[in-house]
Design a protein around this ligand. Structure first.
Ligand code: NAD
Length: 416
């Protein structure tokens, strides 16, 4: 059996690429190779059966040279410390790419939320929050949703943190429900940002998005919102998938119908008028845009040469290994890398934090206008860097993101 690629190794390799291109000071490179802080917690939770189970949880804070740490919390049976470290690295570069004043962090708990009741998930979230409370806060480290966590999870984090400090503190977490100070448009932001990137990528080919065919792997927050936004822009969604499998229709799939079907049955599989395909087949479909929006390492050296899409927009974090990157580049597949393509989420999280600190509430159109501006500008900066340096989009995004972080480290100097 081939060993599963380690996302932390990919993150280190990417940092090395950026360091070479930027001729990074070796001291800064060394400092960026390790997270600033890693916290491991064993979270005891009383299950509905009365039994107490212990779940391993992590919070990794990579770098805060440009502002407070920021990053999602993932609940998944395959969470590992190396995965959380990699995700924290990518958050640091991502905040640099979209030029928002945050550093990078990530959290994760090894659990299977699909097998837990709502009450068990609440007890897990509250206890985990209490155990990382000393190192989070509105000016220190601000969590957000990621795989299998959502606005409800963020509401529990906000409440637990507020109870611990004795006053309401909405700015301690983003991706909250709107009634608790969440931002309009946060739930759609990552998918919408990815769709904006797809549109900008298509433009670089001198083409229009209208009737472009799209295959999306993962139909959760990011995948479903990307599908809705791309369909609204005129694209034809030909394939969708989730953890149970995929669906394909040459004529196009209505994402609203797929959402309804998933709500009723728990999966997109079985939607009327569609053929069933596997997640692997979806990645190899003939299409204009492929949007992986599930987990890491799905495009690897074993299947990269079979990717037929002209454009890959990485809604997920780390879906492509560095070896696969090379193959895609050689095959002239245009890759919009994760640290740009899915940065819409952290961008609107930043808007949410600003609104919370100012006790303000922006309209949806205001949020969307500001997101559009940030995403288009970041895309332009990365694209121009890739053209100027004659490098792929990931290397260019890393140059921009790592470059900004390195500059901040240099300017701040070393204390004491
Ligand atoms: P989610 O939990 O809402 O959805 C995950 C989706 O992936 C689900 O449809 C699930 O069924 C599917 N999935 C899980 N395992 C799979 C497998 N083995 N094969 C195919 N599909 C599988 O999570 P999300 O928030 O949409 O996150 C998806 C990706 O986007 C992750 O990589 C996450 O880190 C990244 N991301 C999310 C955000 C955000 O704002 N939520 C922001 C930036 C990046």
């Amino acid at each position: 059996m081939v060993a599963k690629p380690n996302p932390f190794h990919s993150a280190l390799k990417q940092l090395e690429i950026a360091a070479d291109l930027l001729k990074l000071d070796p001291d800064v490179h060394q400092l960026l190779k390790e997270p600033k802080r890693v916290v491991t917690v064993a979270v005891p939770v009383r299950m509905d059966s009365g039994e107490v189970r212990t779940f391993m949880g992590y919070r990794v804070q990579h770098n805060d040279a440009r502002g407070p740490f920021k990053g999602g919390i993932r609940y998944h049976p395959e969470v590992s410390l190396d995965e959380v470290k990699a995700l924290a690295f990518w958050m640091t570069w991502k905040c640099g790419v979209v030029d928002i004043p945050f550093g990078g962090a990530k959290g994760g708990v090894v659990c299977n939320p699909k097998e837990m009741s709502l009450a068990e998930k609440e007890r897990l979230t509250r206890r985990y929050t209490s155990m990382i409370a000393p190192i989070i806060g509105p000016f220190v480290d601000i969590p957000a949703p990621d795989v299998y966590t959502d606005a409800q999870t963020m509401a529990w984090i906000m409440d637990t943190y507020s109870q611990l400090i004795g006053r309401p503190e909405p700015a301690c977490v983003t991706g909250k429900p709107v009634t608790l100070g969440g931002s309009e448009g946060r739930a759609q932001a990552t998918g919408l940002g990815a769709a904006i990137c797809a549109r900008e990528a298509v433009k670089t080919f001198g083409l229009e998005l209208k009737d472009a065919t799209v295959a999306i792997q993962g139909f959760g927050n990011v995948g479903s919102n990307a599908a809705l936004a791309l369909a609204e822009m005129g694209c034809k969604i030909i394939a969708l998938s989730d953890s149970r499998g995929g669906i394909f229709s040459k004529k196009g799939i209505d994402p609203l119908k797929a959402l309804q079907h998933k709500k009723e049955t728990g999966s997109v599989v079985g939607l009327a008028g569609c053929e069933e395909i596997t997640n692997e087949e979806l990645l190899e479909l003939e299409c204009d845009i492929l949007l992986p929006a599930a987990l890491e390492n799905v495009i690897t050296s074993s299947n990269a040469s079979k990717v037929k899409a002209r454009i890959v927009v990485e809604g997920a974090n780390g879906p492509t290994t560095p070896e696969a990157d090379r193959i895609l580049y050689d095959n002239k597949v245009f890759v919009v890398p994760d640290i740009l393509a899915n940065a819409g989420g952290v961008t609107v999280s930043y808007f949410e934090w600003v609104q919370n600190l100012n006790r303000d509430h922006w309209t949806l159109s205001e949020v969307k206008r500001k997101l559009e501006e940030r995403m288009v500008s970041a895309f332009k900066t990365v694209y121009e860097t890739s053209v100027k340096q004659n490098i792929d989009m990931r290397a260019a995004a890393l140059m921009v993101g790592v470059g900004r972080v390195a500059e901040a480290i240099k300017m701040r100097g070393l204390w004491p």
